[in-house]
Ligand binder design. Structure first.
Ligand code: PEP
Ligand code: MN
Length: 337
């Protein structure tokens, strides 16, 4: 249920209603809006709470939340969520770009990547240190050494570091270096991991599982939000279909579809979404045209030598051209880039 407070409700009144909600065995999530404050009362439905809460003096009305995802739903929060960390801004009419290699490989590679993507206008640096690989024999990442190299690249460039965390046990470690914790597609329904990142305040980039339905994707986001971390960014990275020409199939209709249901920022990953470098620039531009809040793009100083995902990685020059193309689309639509 959403408990809509009266416009003149003071902080004290809001707190007392939140306490009342908790005393009914529900969880209270206070959402402060520009017009008024609402409190999402979340928990298993029983009888009588709606009447009890709507009878309170400070409360204007109580409305049920119809969507299965409660905090992520537009019904609960009508204003877009903007996630900011360092110079990276995702949401609220701004398109933020995260770019860098699939994996951190060595100091020169990550520094060169960071300088190049920054020069082209990116504000986030991606790079995996803990890599979820399909084969146990593939490069698994530099682990903490990779995190240190990412931090060094951030120190030099000021870019926000986006890197994957694969297990709840590593959330503290990765969180010491990352500005954004990435939850990989393979882990979208790893509920203990979702809860562990939900207990932090670090922004989370949640990737859609390749066979997850949208409701499952939003319910995965809900696991993070439910633990108190409001800084969740949704990332469409392609789904598995009968098609074998591309690595995955990238459904851009996800953007307007999610937009009608959630206030969370929506990022598109055209690199994993296609698996083919030449397809990345047009799909990135199309994603901006379809109103995404951000892009995450793989860029490598020499894709032919990459230890992972070289076939879908752009060279620094190709990335700079892609940025120019996306910027033109964003400006044509009156969005900042
Ligand atoms: C990645 O970003 O390099 C990655 C492994 O992505 P995904 O989890 O979407 O496959
Ligand atoms: Mn990759």
């Amino acid at each position: 249920m959403i408990v809509v407070m009266k416009q003149k409700a003071t902080d004290l009144m809001i707190q007392s209603v939140a306490e009342r909600i908790e005393s009914l065995g529900l969880k209270a999530h206070v959402i402060v809006g520009t017009e008024r404050t609402v409190i999402a009362a979340i928990g298993e439905k029983r009888n009588g709470e709606q009447e009890t809460l709507s009878g309170l003096d400070e409360v204007d009305k109580v409305v049920p939340i119809l969507a299965p995802y409660k905090i992520a739903s537009l019904e609960t929060k009508g204003e877009p969520t903007t996630v900011r960390t360092r110079g990276l801004v995702l949401g609220g009419g701004h398109v933020g770009v995260i770019a860098g290699p699939c994996s951190v490989e060595n100091e020169d590679q990550i520094l060169e990547s960071a300088r190049a993507v920054k020069a082209a206008g990116a504000t986030g640096l991606r790079g995996g240190a803990f890599k979820p690989r399909t084969s146990p024999y593939s490069f698994q990442g530099l682990k903490e050494e990779g995190l240190k190299l990412l931090a060094a690249a951030r120190d030099e460039t000021g870019l926000a570091v986006v890197t994957e965390v694969m297990t709840p046990q590593h959330v503290d470690l990765v969180g010491r270096y990352a500005d954004v914790l990435q939850i990989g597609a393979r882990n979208m329904q790893n509920y203990h991991l979702l809860q562990a990142v939900g207990e932090t305040e670090t922004p989370v980039l949640l990737k859609r599982g390749p066979s997850a339905a949208i409701d499952e994707f939003l319910l995965a986001a809900e696991y993070i939000l439910d633990q108190g971390n409001p800084n969740v960014v949704l990332c469409e990275r392609g789904v598995r279909t009968f098609e074998t020409h591309t690595r995955f199939t990238l459904p851009l209709a996800t953007i307007p579809y999610l937009r009608e249901r959630t206030h969370l920022p929506i990022v598109i990953d055209p690199s994993h979404g296609t698996g083919i470098a030449s397809l990345v620039p047009p799909m990135a531009a199309a994603a901006v045209a379809a109103d995404c809040d951000g892009l995450i793009i793989e860029v490598h100083p020499d894709p032919t030598e990459a230890l992972s995902d070289g076939a879908q990685s752009l060279t620094p020059d190709q990335f700079a051209e892609t940025m120019a193309r996306c910027r033109a689309v964003a400006e044509a639509l009156g969005r900042s880039f």
